[in-house]
Write a protein that binds this ligand. Sequence first.
Ligand code: SF4
Length: 407
Amino acid sequence: MAMSEDPPKGKKLPLYDESALPYEHPLYKTLLSVPGLSVAVAPLDMILQWGMTNALWIFPMATSCCGIELMAAAASRVDLDRMGTIVRATPRQADVMVVAGTITVKMAPRVKTLWEQMPEPKWCIAMGSCAISGDFYRNLYSVIPGIDTVLPVDVYIPGCPPNPEGLMHGLMRLQEKVKLAREGGLPTREENPALLDLTRPSVMRFKDPARDPSVTLAQEEAALHATAQDSSDERPVDGPAATFAPAEARAPEVDGEFEAILAGEFGVTELPKDAPPIVEAARHVALARRLRAAGYRQLVLVAATHYPEKTGAKAQAERFEVTYGLRTVGARSRLALWRVCLAPGEPVDTLVGVFAGADWQEREQFDLLGVTFAGHPDLRRLMLSGDWQGHPLRKDYPADKACAPWR
Ligand code: SF4
């Protein structure tokens, strides 16, 4: 293209001599007439690649502490927006799922369903050692040993937690990977057999060639029916309706010492130094009512413990202990704790009729330890999926129990 010569004085210098152009196009002519605009020509694929790599929208699968670092990455210091990465609250508009935190067996099918809802092309970043391998929870009954046992992971960001700059670095590595893939290359796989063996999860990784295809099919099936399996969550309460004690005027102070009530009205005189006093199971609801009337208005604790059978010098029969805690509200708050001892299978009366907050707390103990609360209006699992086998906080429950198809 030749430059025009000798521009008349006082007139703008044209950039190009348009008469020398081999073709004419109205858009091109318009672009050339925009002051200060430079026109560059590039292959379409390069432009698409540039657009793809600089608009990696994140779907945040943030489940625990690493999620805080993910949130911080969007704030002003790191400011992920400057590389075109924004967080979207729907999988349908996202390109990258960032798994930041521990994924449990109950959550895994939901995560997989959300992944399936993301349009192609899509990528996954495992942020932090919990998402990579399960970390300290790796052998725990309820945690999957890494998100890559369920989804294909593109970039792993190590750390506990990785900081926001780590996430930005991971996104830049993902940009490189996307470019490489569009140019027809592929990242090299880890080939060190010792390392591969050391890092092998109990369920083979999603992209591992040695993975049994039936595991993938089972995971997909479980993800598709996750809600149906757990429909207990939506079931109406089918037990007897809870009867709540009428609200009473708040007592500003307790009208008697907890110990005095225990000794004088319930015949409990033994007060161990290292544990709450034991109250007869048949009378503990009456005690809760009495304490509520005395000013202990808040139920703060229902916690069960399993003691397996022991033989030998310290022989003891198997038992469960349920500890209850109430407190007064306001200044100089006071705490009242007591225990109820139960034989295996023996129920204890529910406190739901006295304190509404006992509902979920008792369900949690039923779920994790199998303690039965007689008269509870809706006694079913709370934390684990409805089809879970056994009660994992019993001492005889194996910690690293397999739970197909997730761990
Ligand atoms: S890797 Fe560490 S910081 Fe991240 S979720 Fe796990 S325990 Fe929390």
